[in-house]
Design a protein around this ligand. Structure first.
Ligand code: PMP
Length: 367
């Protein structure tokens, strides 16, 4: 036996994660879909007060059921999705990554199957691997959308316990029509759950509805959200889901006791009190996204339609050379998804100008 005595399927694997470079190495960081706007002094002051208050009870464990936070998240979702969501329908954890791992722990496992449609978020197969869940992928079409008939046929053939359906999708930015979500919920039935991962939901274009509106119709539907993107609080690590209360209760069986620290709960509540301000840049980021997509198309590049805070562009003969060329000019983007494509997160107008200037030079050199 070699040391350490790792599970066979984990041997030789690298931990997941984009390259994390310092601001000296890459002053323009457009690689992990963060919100580029830091909190204002007023938000920082309120967060600090909330943490100080939580610290006076730090000898005690936090509220295991994070009731107040679930109530406030339910209020927020009700306002954003247009359909009433109650606290019993909400569950939170340390990032939506942890929410989805908990879903796989509860509904996946040995002898069970999780399904998604590639290209998609590269963490999904890792949740499956870590919970010993069989992993199956269907293909997205040329527009990176999901063909409903093919998807339902795959569900009928594979009988998944979990379908992971990001909308908007990462890395392509593609949102799914409600009809696709409905068809998959019906195809899966009570044998599984359909998880619509709306990590980028708040960036959706006008006219693109949230799957939250469908919660009343499908008891096997789970919608996940995060405070990491639109809420400009990636450092907080707070993700959450909305679903039938029976699904929340199932997840409670697998969660670690006190998984959400008192500090996390206090900061999340403070951030929610400032929701209008923290979300205030979403419109500007959407406009910047649309401008970036149009500009990239003007350069003759292919760009996927995006409902998220990033743009996915190709087709590059040597994408690694373009990625490296941008980095050499201080701009860090993400080399992910199908070969020939790169993903750029939407930053401030100044950051996008730096990206465009660098890309023009690099593309010229590549010719
Ligand atoms: N889902 C998707 C599609 C994502 O792109 C990400 C983050 N990159 C996550 C979930 C996880 O986000 P977090 O854990 O920060 O909530």
């Amino acid at each position: 036996m070699t040391f350490p005595p790792l599970r066979d399927e984990l041997r030789g694997l690298e931990p997941y994660g984009a390259p994390q470079l310092s601001l000296q190495q890459a002053p323009v960081q457009l690689n992990v879909n963060e919100n580029p706007y830091a909190p204002s002094e007023a938000v920082v002051a309120d967060v600090a007060t909330a943490v100080a208050e939580a610290a006076t009870r730090l000898n005690r464990y936090p509220d295991r059921e994070h009731v107040e936070l679930r109530e406030r998240l339910a209020d927020y979702l009700t306002a954003d999705g247009g359909a009433r969501v109650t606290a019993e329908q909400v569950w939170a954890a340390n990032g939506s990554n942890e929410v989805m791992l908990q879903l796989l722990q509860a509904f996946g496992g040995p002898g069970r199957t999780a399904l998604s449609f590639a290209p998609t978020y590269s963490m999904y197969p890792e949740y499956a691997r870590d919970t010993s869940t069989r992993w199956v992928t269907g293909r997205r079409d040329d527009e990176f959308s999901v063909d409903v008939d093919a998807a339902c046929a795959l569900v009928a053939a594979e009988r998944p316990s979990v379908v992971l359906l990001p909308s908007p999708n990462n890395p392509t930015g593609t949102a799914l029509p409600q009809a696709t979500v409905t068809a998959l919920c019906e195809a899966v039935g009570d044998d599984g759950v359909v998880v619509v991962d709306e990590a980028y939901g708040e960036f959706r274009r006008a006219g693109t509805p949230s799957a939250l509106a469908l919660l009343g119709e499908h008891r096997n539907l789970v919608v996940t959200r995060t405070m990491s993107k639109a809420f400009a609080a990636a450092g907080l690590r707070l993700g959450y889901l909305a679903a039938d209360p029976a699904i929340c209760d199932a997840v409670r069986v697998v969660r670690l006791p006190y998984h959400l620290s008192a500090v996390t709960q206090a900061v999340a509540l403070a951030a929610l009190r400032h929701a209008p301000e923290l979300l205030g840049r979403v419109d500007a980021l959407r406009a910047e996204r649309d401008d970036t997509v149009a500009w990239l198309r003007d350069q003759g590049l292919e760009v996927a339609d995006s409902d998220a805070n990033f743009a996915f562009f190709g087709r590059l003969a040597d994408r690694h050379a373009v990625w490296q060329g941008l980095l050499d000019r201080g701009v860090l983007v993400r080399e992910t998804g199908p070969d020939g494509w790169l993903r750029v997160s939407i930053g401030t107008p100044q950051e996008m100008t730096s990206f465009k200037e660098a890309l023009l030079v690099v593309l010229k050199e590549e010719q």
